[in-house]
Design a protein around this ligand. Structure first.
Ligand SMILES: Nc1ncnc2c1ncn2[C@@H]1O[C@H](COP(=O)(O)OP(=O)(O)OP(=O)(O)O)[C@@H](O)[C@H]1O
Length: 313
């Protein structure tokens, strides 16, 4: 079951707590400046000393979060899309002090926020940062980095890259489904070997997906049984599907019954390794990852995340 915590705000005489806000000004269009003012106000009212850092490019969020750990901040807030969140949590890697994490989703998909019941409306998410409630949430380790949500291996990396930002704003998650199905129909399968908690699968597969939460590319029903604190990786090996198989797998995904599909092998594990004799590309939390091989491991309850007072789960 979920583990929730409740905490009182700063009272008289309590030393100020420190918060760092990491804002990607390129997410959430031109509204970033207004959001920055609003979150600073919410956090100051809550008794935090606030440091705002704006990212200018790749890996900035990781560097900023690392310095938040070194400064022993109590809270680090990631304001951006899933890419910014992934870079932020990578700053927690190998840190002895890990601040609590707040999330203000400004991207298109925002899988982690969806899985946690954090409002997708930025103003509502900013207001919810004042919540005294938090959850211990699993993170995944992939080789030498961390992930929040999902790792996919196969030509999926190309499918995601093929989604234009226009399509993304117009169609949202459907843009990924469209490109993903196109790739599954057209692509070849790869020889893969997948080892998970002492079991092994070997065969031809066009796609392997490892999910930590129920929300994958905005589809909240892909893994309905997954929760952010179940200590499990939810693995899906797609067999060589062909056109009809792909369409019916697409339908099962939509209907929330993917793991019952006859050409999908579903499992849960704490540790997974994925390798291939061919070059296979990967995608991690929506961004391009390293080629196979991958070593995956779940880190149970690795980070405390602020959740709205009324969030379920
Ligand atoms: N100031 C900036 N200008 C442009 N790109 C930036 C800036 N700061 C960070 N980035 C890059 O933005 C990427 C992350 O974007 P992120 O996924 O958070 O937002 P998004 O693209 O709006 O979200 P989504 O992918 O969900 O639509 C990272 O690769 C990072 O390097």
């Amino acid at each position: 079951m979920s583990e929730f915590g409740l905490e009182n705000g700063t009272g008289p005489g309590r030393p100020a707590r420190k918060a760092m806000v990491i804002l990607n000004p390129s997410s959430g269009k031109e509204k970033a400046a207004g959001y920055a003012r609003d979150i600073e106000e919410v956090l100051r009212d809550k008794g935090y000393e606030v440091e705002l850092r704006e990212t200018a490019g790749e890996q900035d969020a990781t560097r900023f979060c690392r310095s938040a750990c070194e400064m022993r901040c109590d809270l680090v807030v990631s304001m951006g899309g899933d890419g910014t969140l992934n870079e932020t949590i990578n700053g927690l890697m190998r840190q002895e002090h890990r601040p609590r994490l707040g999330i203000v989703p400004l991207g298109t998909v925002n899988d982690f926020a969806r899985a946690l019941g954090i409002p997708l409306d930025p103003q509502a998410a900013i207001a919810a940062i004042a919540s005294d409630r938090f959850r211990h949430v699993d993170l995944g380790r992939m080789n030498d980095r961390l992930f929040t949500n999902v790792v996919a291996a196969g030509n999926i990396a190309e499918a995601v890259a093929a989604v234009t930002s226009e399509e993304k704003s117009k169609l949202g998650s459907l843009a990924y489904l469209k490109e993903g199905l196109k790739e599954l129909v057209s692509q070849k399968a790869y020889p893969m070997r997948i080892d998970y908690d002492g079991q092994s699968w070997e065969g031809e597969s066009p796609l392997f997906v490892a999910a930590l939460t129920n929300s994958v590319a905005g589809f909240e029903k892909m893994v309905p049984e997954a929760s952010v604190d179940d200590g499990l990786i939810h693995g899906f090996i797609f067999k060589d599907l062909g056109l009809l198989g792909t369409l019916s797998a697409g339908w099962s995904l939509w209907a929330g019954s993917l793991k019952e599909h006859k050409d999908v092998i579903a499992f849960t594990a704490r540790q997974v390794s994925v390798r291939s004799s061919e070059r296979v590309r990967t995608n991690v939390d929506g961004e391009e990852g390293p080629d196979l091989p991958l070593e995956l491991q779940v880190l149970p309850g690795h980070v405390e995340v602020v959740v709205p007072e009324e969030a379920g789960g």
